[in-house]
Design a protein around this ligand. Sequence first.
Ligand code: DGJ
Length: 729
Amino acid sequence: MAVRYNEERKIFRLDTDKSTYLMGLTPEGYLGHIYYGDRLFKRVDNYMLRMEEAPFTPSVNKREKSAFLDSFPMEYPTGGIGDFRESCLNVRNEAGQMGCEIHYVTHEIYKGKKPLKGLPASFGTDDEVETLDITCEDPVLGLQVILSYSVFEKENVITRSVRLHNTGSQHLKIEKVYSACLDMDNEDFEMLTLQGAWARERHIQQGKIRYGKQMVSSVRGESSHQQQPFFALITPGTSQQQGKVYGMHFVYSGNFIGQAELSQFDSVRAVMGINQEEFCWNLKEDQEFQAPEVVMVYSSEGLGQMTRSYHDFYRNHMIRSKYNHKKRPILINNWEATYFDFDTEKLLDIAREAKACGIEMLVMDDGWFGVRNNDDCSLGDWKVNTDKITGGLKHLVDEVNKIGLDFGIWFEPEMVSPDSELYRNHPEWAIQIQGREAAQSRQQYVLDLSRRDVLDYVYESVASILRSANIVYVKWDMNRCLCDLGSAYLEKEQQQELFHRYVLGVYELQERLVTEFPDLLLENCSSGGARFDPGMLYYSPQIWCSDDTDAIERLSIQEGTALVYPLSTMGAHVSDCPNHSVGRVTPFETRGHVALTGTFGYELDITKIPQEDRKMIPDQTRMYHKYHELIREGDYYRIASYSENHLYDCWAAASKDKKEVLVTYVQVLGRPNVHSRRLFLQGFDPEGVYLLEGTQEKYTGEMLMKCGFLIRDFTGDFKSRLYHFMKAE
Ligand code: DGJ
């Protein structure tokens, strides 16, 4: 049993294979956090709630209620009543006053997990997950707060979400509703986050937490290039293999906050949820609000163990696509090959050459619709431009299919260009503030997805194209942030619901898409990786990682991304040099090895690249066929980080049975006059003996991991090598 309640001691206990989570009730019914950490096996107690120390619980000493609330490790703190640390729930009553206090009422424990209405969320069978719903109540407001905890024992994951139900007769305003809180004593924690910008997403950053609040957040309407809805609290000295790690990851694609607050009493309150900026939800009588899910992982074996928990969890319990455990087609995308300058003949030329090299799918990117010959028009006008796509889309797709390739297509469904038929006919469909000129970004506006008519138009635009030809893949792009928030459709009091309603609209569109087209391979994208989040994974098994396809910049991007996301989700392509983002020239082989760690594909004009590069593609596609399963399904180990040592990078994919390990080594900068480099490999069976492919060399797993492996005979910059080890029978 993963979830238990001890009636006598009033303790809730959640156990995964390697962790335990405890909560307890005070005599008044406050729900407090007792413990999260290594798995406990014996009896548990609630003394960590410190109810025997002053300030005593309010039922013992009413005078000290606010002092109690300001230090008690509250499981789900509410605002306005005397806990002055960050609250998770702020509610304003009909009289305009903000205050909410909740107490335990009842709970339910059941096998399995219920879906979250309108939101992406993890799932599992009755054998895989057990759920605890704790119902708390504020009788003054007439508000029920249902805290849900789902325990995935095998993956060492606990997910949390919150549902509000207005059971009273007041019109309530929910000004803040976070999804999870973790109140713990400080252990000198450091905060690890994923920071970035366009073309350099998700770089790992780490620093000691200080008194006060430190956070990651987005107010851009998307999860963003700049900050990932993830953070981990880690103990000093944490490495890949040791140290305590508490990870929190938000299953949401809009504005978020993830924050750690070090208090006066050296406790840390970690919270995660929808950002309260420009958020206010009207909750009328009998209405419900569902807050999104947070995925929590605890590891006492360093970051590597946390990473593998997240990878297993997302592959087993978040990605629904039938491609999740299947080989992805090797695609060639024409974006960096042609940008907007292409036609049917050009695409067919690329397709013919691609086929000859073992590539399996052609993806037609931006520029095929309206009169879009550059990026200043036509978004919203999803009609094929037959001046470019001569003979029409079906003709093109059929011809590509005849060549022997599948066909995929690009959309940016959420947007409208001011220069478009759609905007001329429906200016009120764009998000704008009345009387204020809305800011354009990439010459485009954002459609108001809180409107049913807009949702239906957008969906039909995409679906009718997909129905018209044999299209098996869609790249769903989104190329600007949201600002000038205003809806011509929503009531005045609902305007602050727009950010969240927009995200719900995106989810509804993608839900409809994958329901009508269950065989479609969907790849989400947002100017590269601005919406690389677990919410998107629920709809698409892969997400475009970054517009930066440079093999060296990708080392940091992919390292940060793979900290929490399975390699199978990382869109990665080989592109041409000098690289279009940084102007760097790297060997074609290195570009192939780095892209192999993701979904693998090409983004170049195969009819124009140098012959020596072109000649390497058949070998690279064979390499993908050889390793795709290992990379997609295996365990990922981070062995050395170029962002830390500034010289070289190394990672490994190991099969679950440890029979096979593929080590990728990239030497970013060579050094003169050095010995061979020793690397402590990981992912091997210590008892096993392994043969290194292409040699007669045999190694024990134990020596590779404890004594190390030598990288020999390696000179030059930006060079890479694969080392493939097979267990000798
Ligand atoms: C941004 C994407 O990240 C690119 O890959 C490409 O699809 C462009 N948009 C097209 O406008």
